[in-house]
Ligand binder design. Structure first.
Ligand code: ADP
Ligand code: MG
Length: 727
């Protein structure tokens, strides 16, 4: 795993800035724009350094004096690299990052210019940010929102348009401390999980004092030539195409996946990768994806907090870099109908301060037992809180992707594979009411003998599951490509923490009644296996049979975001988040409302775009072409041709007319439905109305537009077609 410490590397005395990065080893410039590792020792005195480390390693508060010293060190380091401004960098709930730049430069009271940056500027800022989504937490009259330094994520320097800015990762909170961003709840979930996991680890290993969640994301995206994307209002407005007929050739030849990368794309990739390395983002892989013009990149996994920052930072970097290369990068989950959508697999695991991966089986009987505890608790957590996980990945964009043949369905289930299924069966079979120490020893040995097979057999894979165990981690595949990973990761951490707390309560109560610790552990695990059966599924998640089977098992299948989010209103959801100190009632309600608001806004923009594209772009062209046909028929008639010779033209005129009429009617109906929905003041009702009455028209309108695309003269068609954009 990569951490935030970067070791010094030998680079033949070249200045890393001046030399051509492409020709040198990545280690020469990796992390050079990050205030961490070696640099800390160099720019901080020992008390400031110790104070920062004590925060990172043990959450110890940083006092004001140390903060001042850290600020001074940061400023010196940054200025040496040509930085003039700093910014509190944060992740508000509108899905992008926010920054407000301030200069180090200021004037003293006597007018002397000076450059300063002290502890107070580092610790807290009050951006004038009253228009970020807040779900009613901040009424505008009390529109105070604060950004507060997150010392666990290192500051970094972003270079853009020849200017360098020191970015300080922060959380964004209201005047009363309530969360207004993605990062605050994530940090709280990391805390809750750490406490719960350490307590449980200590049954087996008392040297474990810290457990951190790790995340390795895989980012999928599309790249489109800017001259094409600029001519598609839908791509510009919605990030996806709302119309467009599938090309004759889609992805059926499967010739794009892992094929060689086109030169123009490659140049773009190299460019953003170089920048990413400087920012300490440990990218490892790049390749073509399944759909034409679709690609993926993935870094090494990191602590979840850092991995989240790196993903969001990279997405921003990719957008800017693409512009320079005259490309448009699309992070939307379903930019093109008929070809694969984009996901962002979240590979997640737990690591102890002693270096054990708790999701990795098979080393010693002791780590094996730890593995079983955490593995089974994870399954139990997903079983009990599947709907919370579903809610955590719900968005207008992901609704188009989930269940669409190439992505997992909206039904949450867990894949564990043949071997581990057998292991679980074995535990359930052996552990019964008179299970004793002797049986336990036999079982442990027996399990230990079987579990290493896992590591050997890597073919036991399933690519269709939304939540799959992949040998030493779980892969949450249902996350959408545009998502901030902090959302799903906070929820995942929270449900695991909650389950571990309950697990400990149950084990403790058995111990109090005289049961030996490890026997008690096995007994509770065995019960968990029994009660989590319905969530386990190893078959084809894309199949129709699974949808039916899941329904029989009582698993929910929330196709649309408004229904998927309802779970956030349940009292047991509030209890869970309150107990873990992640959300209070207002915060949770605010999340719910913000998510629905975003959903409504996205659909509103899509509806408008689809409406005017259909009426202003498509219909005029269809009518023009139809007139050509009519003129042609009239001409043939005047020349006394028989009707039979222009039958085909008549038929096309007829068809075109029908499509034109249908489009008009449907767009009108959609606009009316939108007006009705817009009048609703309750956001929940509004979201359902948008889903059931507005969005419902999208595909119907599109059907007729796409039919016209096949009829109308290609040279008249006003938008770049799929084949032009994708190939
Ligand atoms: P695959 O077989 O899915 O292609 P890899 O083993 O190469 O997988 O890993 C895929 C992703 O999983 C990578 O981004 C990697 O960083 C991440 N990963 C590997 N181990 C862990 C871990 N312990 N915790 C979190 N992520 C991990
Ligand atoms: Mg993967």
């Amino acid at each position: 795993m990569s951490s935030f410490r970067y070791e010094p590397t030998e680079c033949n005395g070249h200045s890393w800035e001046s030399a051509n990065n492409n020709s040198r080893k990545i280690t020469c410039f990796f992390g050079k724009r990050v205030f961490s590792g070696q640099v800390l020792e160099q720019y901080l005195n020992s008390s400031a350094y110790d104070s920062l480390m004590a925060f990172i390693n043990a959450g110890k508060k940083i006092d004001r004096n140390s903060a001042d010293q850290i600020a001074t060190g940061m400023k010196t380091w940054a200025e040496e690299q040509g930085v003039t401004h700093y910014s509190h960098w944060f992740q508000p709930l509108n899905g992008v990052t926010a920054e407000k730049h301030d200069s180090f430069f200021t004037l003293k009271s006597d007018g002397t210019p000076i450059e300063i940056f002290d502890g107070s500027a580092l610790i807290q800022q009050e951006p004038d940010a009253s228009s970020f989504p807040n779900g009613g937490i901040r009424a505008t009259f009390e529109a105070r929102g604060y950004t507060a330094w997150d010392p666990s994520s290192p500051a970094f320097i972003v270079e853009y348009a020849q200017s360098k800015t020191l970015c300080i990762p922060t959380i964004f909170i209201a005047y009363n401390g309530e969360s207004l961003d993605y990062k605050g709840p994530l940090l709280k979930s990391i805390d809750a999980l750490n406490k719960a996991a350490v307590d449980v680890c200590n049954y087996i290993d008392s040297t474990i004092t810290k457990v951190t969640a790790t995340l390795g994301w895989e980012q999928e995206y599309f790249l489109i030539d800017e001259d094409k994307s600029n001519a598609r209002p839908d791509l510009l407005m919605c990030g996806r195409t709302v119309i467009g007929h599938a090309p004759a050739k889609g992805q059926q030849m499967e010739d794009h996946y892992f094929a060689s990368i086109p030169e123009k794309i490659f140049a773009f990739m190299q460019d953003f990768e170089q920048e990413a390395y400087k920012l300490g983002i440990p990218l490892r892989t790049r390749h073509n994806e399944v759909a034409p013009s679709q690609f993926e990149c993935a870094p090494m996994f990191e602590e979840v907090n850092i991995a989240v920052d790196h993903n969001i930072l990279l997405m921003d970097l990719m957008k800017k870099t693409a512009k320079r290369h005259k490309l448009m990068v699309l992070f939307h989950e379903k930019p093109f109908a008929g070809v694969n959508g984009s996901g962002k697999h979240n590979n997640w695991s737990l690591r102890t301060n002693t270096g054990i991966n708790l999701m990795s089986p098979g080393k010693t009987p002791q780590t094996n037992l730890l593995f079983l505890i955490f593995f089974i608790n994870t399954i139990k957590a997903v079983n009990d809180h599947a709907n919370l996980l579903r809610a955590a990945i719900a968005s207008a964009g992901n609704d188009y992707r989930l269940g669409g043949h190439e992505a997992p369905p909206a039904i949450i289930s867990v894949f564990i594979g043949k071997h581990l299924s057998q292991v679980l069966n074995r535990i359930q079979e052996k552990v019964n009411y008179d299970f004793n120490e002797q049986d336990e020893a036999v079982l442990k040995l027996d399990l230990h003998k079987h579990i290493p097979e896992l590591m050997v057999d890597n073919t036991d894979r399933n690519r269709t599951s939304p939540f799959a165990f992949t040998g030493n981690k779980f892969e949450f595949r249902a996350v959408g490509s545009s998502a901030n990973c902090a959302g799903p990761m906070s929820t995942l951490n929270a449900i695991i923490a909650d389950t571990l707390i309950a697990f400990k309560e149950e084990v403790d109560s058995l111990i109090e009644n005289g049961t030996k610790t490890q026997i008690a552990v096995f007994q509770v695990l065995s019960n968990y296996i029994k009660s989590s059966r319905k969530i386990l599924f190893d078959g084809d998640n894309y199949s129709k049979q699974w949808v039916e089977e899941a329904d029989k098992r009582g698993l929910d299948n929330f196709i649309h975001t408004p229904e998927a989010l309802e779970v956030l209103l349940k009292p047991e959801t509030l209890r869970l988040f309150e107990r873990l100190n992640i959300f209070n009632k207002r915060e949770l309600t605010a999340r719910y409302e913000i998510a629905l608001n975003e959903y409504v806004k996205k659909l509103q923009i899509e509806a408008r775009t689809l409406g005017y594209l259909s009426i202003n772009h498509i219909l005029p062209v269809a009518i023009t072409y139809q007139n050509t046909l009519i003129n042609n028929v009239q001409g043939l008639k005047e020349l006394d041709f028989e009707t039979s010779t222009y039958q085909a033209q008549l038929h096309l005129i007829q068809l075109t007319s029908e499509h034109i009429q249908s489009i008009r009617k449907l767009v009108e109906a959609m606009t009316d439905a939108r007006k009705v929905a817009n009048k609703l003041t309750d956001i929940r009702e509004k979201a359902f109305a948008y889903c059931d009455t507005v969005k419902e028209k999208f595909d119907k309108i599109r059907y007729h537009v796409d039919k016209l695309e096949l009829i109308v003269d290609d040279s008249l068609w006003p938008l770049p077609k799929y084949r032009e954009m994708l190939f």
